[in-house]
Design a protein around this ligand. Structure first.
Ligand SMILES: Cc1cc2nc3c(=O)[nH]c(=O)nc-3n(C[C@H](O)[C@H](O)[C@H](O)COP(=O)(O)OP(=O)(O)OC[C@H]3O[C@@H](n4cnc5c(N)ncnc54)[C@H](O)[C@@H]3O)c2cc1C
Length: 389
């Protein structure tokens, strides 16, 4: 059966990219989003070449390039001494080696660019300010006034659509939280480099910084263990949480400690994972993006996997076969890839947060690797071509 009309729940990165990819293949899309308007929430995102290649193909990349930054390198540095441990070249190197750029930008910039493309696509209809609190297929049809051949749950880590998929994975709080702050570039300590994504590593914690072109500031995310603030992307850090942040980074370099001491208004959010389980119900419902497989940010691939999912689902849905066969093929293909990315993230977590002798061994092993040889470790990830997987 060929698909004519699809309902997508969630106008985040996954949902909007799916709407674009599907409508370009002639499939009409209704996108249901609970937010009345897509707000300027969130902070920085890293978009690696595997995803920027898809954005280029969808005609989105051109509108991002003027405002995003393409760092020269992804650097690993000691959070205690600020010593450089290793780096992977990106910038022009990424374009040459992986055929697409590595960019950093505000989440809202990407969402706005996708939204504007969706608004110009006659086959897409947006239903903003409509929370799908009680997910059922007839509720979706009542919103869109049209029966859909398929419902795509792109409603993020706390997905409601997941309830329609027997055996779907459930979100689990990882025990880690991320504090998020921005620092105006002129006020940033010298440790934050304007030409790099820098991951500062320390025992049981790490901190990532990169410059955001749109705001002239650095995006800083600090990750360590912490309490669960519940279902939120934007919990304000109370004095208690700010104290916790300062305690977790108390042994770090004075430049980092001073940066965090100034950050009494940092927000924080819980890091939840959605692990193995079914992504579709055999016929009418499929999950993509964080709804299917939210992951820890240790490989910085959450948004990129959502973009890949959207492109690959559009391809599978326009193939021959029953819907169940096509959804099975999609789930099988994407589960294998997501599992590999997750494993890379788990490895990074071990490396980034190493303590004691493991930390010394890590520093020695990293010092033996050339930037080019480290880049080779990412060919399978960044070289992925969704048009020819
Ligand atoms: C507000 C926000 C801020 C974020 N900030 C960051 C960040 O700073 N850094 C980072 O790395 N990642 C951030 N993320 C996550 C990152 O965008 C995702 O990991 C990634 O892009 C995967 O996107 P997704 O589309 O699967 O899910 P999401 O980006 O979570 O999008 C889900 C969408 O579904 C909508 N939705 C949810 N439930 C319902 C419902 N019941 N009915 C209708 N609509 C619903 C949400 O409003 C949202 O627009 C943020 C996500 C959100 C929602």
């Amino acid at each position: 059966m060929s698909m004519k009309r699809i309902a997508i729940v969630g106008a985040g990165i996954a949902g909007l990219t799916a709407a674009l990819a599907l409508s370009r293949r002639g499939i009409a899309c209704d996108i249901i989003e609970r937010a009345v308007r897509l707000q300027e929430v969130g902070a920085g995102l890293q978009v690696s070449p595997n995803a920027s290649r898809i954005l280029a193909e969808l005609g989105i990349l051109q509108s991002l390039e003027p405002s995003w930054n393409e760092p020269d390198r992804i650097a690993l540095s000691s959070g205690l001494s600020l010593r450089d441990l290793a780096h992977v070249p990106v910038g022009r190197f990424a374009r040459e080696r992986w055929g697409a750029p590595y960019g950093v930008l505000h989440r809202a910039t990407l969402q706005r660019a996708l939204l504007s493309a969706v608004e110009q696509q006659p086959l897409c209809r947006l239903h903003l300010g409509v929370p799908l609190d009680n997910p059922a297929l007839d509720v979706v049809s009542a919103i869109t006034h049209q029966p859909a051949d398929l419902v795509i749950g792109a409603d993020g880590v706390w997905s409601k659509v997941r309830g329609l998929v027997p055996g779907a994975p459930a979100p689990i709080f990882s025990g880690n939280i991320a504090w998020r702050l921005t620092v105006a570039s002129p006020k940033a300590p010298p440790a934050l480099k304007a030409n790099a994504v820098t991951a500062f590593l320390g025992p049981g914690a790490h901190l990532v910084s990169y410059p955001l072109g749109e705001t002239g500031s650095f995006n800083v995310v600090a990750i360590s263990t912490g309490p669960n603030p519940g279902q939120t992307w934007q919990a304000d850090a109370s004095a208690r949480h700010h104290d916790l942040l300062l305690r977790q980074f108390a042994a770090w370099h004075p430049q980092i400690r001073a940066l965090l001491a100034e950050a009494a208004d940092a927000t924080f959010w819980p890091l939840c994972e959605v692990t193995r389980g079914r992504w579709h119900n055999g016929g009418k419902v499929v999950l993509i993006g964080d709804a299917a497989h939210a992951m820890m940010p240790f490989a910085a691939q959450g948004a990129s996997m959502a973009i890949e999912d959207a492109a690959r689902l559009a391809d599978h849905l326009t193939r021959a076969g029953t819907i169940a066969d096509r959804l099975n093929a999609f789930e099988q293909e994407r589960t294998a890839r997501v599992d590999r990315v997750r494993a890379r993230g788990a490895f990074n977590r071990f490396v980034y947060h190493a303590r004691g002798p493991a930390r010394l061994a890590r520093n020695f092993a990293l010092s033996m690797r050339s930037p080019q040889s480290l880049a080779g470790d990412f060919d399978w990830l960044y070289g992925f071509d969704a048009a020819d997987p």
